[in-house]
Design a protein around this ligand. Sequence first.
Ligand code: F6R
Length: 605
Amino acid sequence: MCGIVGVLGQHEVSPIILDALKRLEYRGYDSAGIATVNKGRLDRRRAVGKLIHLSDMLVHQPLPGRSGIGHTRWATHGGPSVANAHPHQVGRVAVVHNGIIENFRALREELAADGAVFTSQTDTETIVQLASQYLDQGMMPVQAARATLRRLDGAFALAFLFEGEEDMIICARRGSPLCIGHGEGEMYLGSDAIALAEMTNRITYLEEGDWAIVTRSGVQIFDADDRQTARPVTQINAAQARVDKSGHRHFMAKEMAEQPAVLQSAMGFYSGLDHGGVDLPAGLDFARADRLIMVACGTAYYACQVAKYWFEQFAGLPVELDIASEFRYREPVLGPQNMALFVSQSGETADTLAALRHVRPHVAQVVAVVNVPTSSIAREADLVLPIHAGPEIGVASTKAFTAQLQVLALLALRAGLERGRLGWEDYLARLGELRAAPGFVAQALDREDEIRRMTEMLAKARDVLFLGRGVMYPLALEGALKLKEISYIHAEAYAAGELKHGPIALIDKDLPVIVFAPHDALFEKTVSNMHEVMARQGRVLLISDAAGLAEAGEVPYSLQMPTVPDLIAPIVYAVPAQLIAYHTALHRGTDVDQPRNLAKSVTVE
Ligand code: F6R
């Protein structure tokens, strides 16, 4: 949440910072700002709303300077306003910050008692007020930054820029990611490597608790105990880190279209040499696990919900599943033979990370399924399985969901093999089904025109209901989440059998009800629930395969999916869930890639 950038350049840095902020805009877009040091003096520009407003402002009010910091904000403390936009500046110091300063109220009271005048409602301003106070007491910038950092509680990444210091930015990482980019006579910092991809492919990731003095000639890094330390420079694949829409209208459209290729290449990555099986990280021990605890948020949680069925079915492994923000607060019972599995696209979701830290001392193994292998969750897990989906920029998660499902399916099958529930032949047969998923996903994507036409009806609805049974229940939840977040239509999902226990009261002729029901063992039961809806004039859209549609009889709307093995149905049926949300949002003219109030990476609890 919030993106930060810093550049010590050989040329004007405002355009470079603006460009890097564009690549971080997925982290928040409530306001943006840049500060530079020019001829020794600090100056800044800030604008409310998306980056385009800051960019327009810079045309009329350029911001010269060869050193600068920038920020794109997702509001936490204080609404979106110029006063609350970063960089915050007091006297001779400016700061950009991502994260939360938990003790800001106490600090604010203390500083106000000493005469500090606050001009924003943010927690960030306490940082800059503190640093300014230390400078006024005669400390040098490095000392002042260090003294400030010692006073802060919470999870954050931040960068300080000082008046009179054209060759220095001080930055720190505690709980939120931060990396340093190495250029030719230039140095950079950013919330992620994608931000810096146009400038450099040589990146140093700061570790938890690190702080650093960055100058044009290099970086000095100190650990949490102030010991100077070396962190490796890694070469990133700049082509992979670069992000554009590749001719698509939206990132979301591009990312949906990429799914067959993503699934294919992830499968290729894990395909092992062991007689057609898959290579998973050494040390995974499902045989001894007596319970699997899965924790995640949002879409990643729904992927876990599907996987729960798989781990139970294929491996007989008891699964406990929870939303990360709830998990820690219910005193979960943990045991030394438990395996804990955390799923996160970004690998930075604060609640998921906190849950991981909570279980770590109590369980046998901590496994992470992430898209960003350098993320905090990946670093803190014992074993990491990347999903290899490539950068996901659209705020609504699409390709990460299907890739998470694929990796979780691989894990569940492996667990089945290790626990003796699946024989080798069976295991190989299931892997064969998974290998077929990219082709079926491509066929599902081919239904886009039909879906576009159907969504004209959905775009006028005030509420939409999604139904599913078994693994299709989490799919219904995912469909409802996608629709809510990008079209702003209220949507709910129910397990189809639960309908008559209350929600059926909502059904009338104005309520579209979307039913996910492949022709599987649960089909008949789901379809009879669907008939209960139709008997009350609910406007049903049935998503099924040829056999299912033939058996269901007349329905107001239907969408035919390819006939697929049960194992991969959730991966294939994710596509209509995504396309329905996307085209409904287009009809309604909402901002698909950057829906209101949201940010891609939720790094606050
Ligand atoms: C919905 C969506 C969110 C994320 C959730 C977890 O489209 O993207 O619900 O799934 O915020 O994020 P990660 O997977 O990064 O932990």
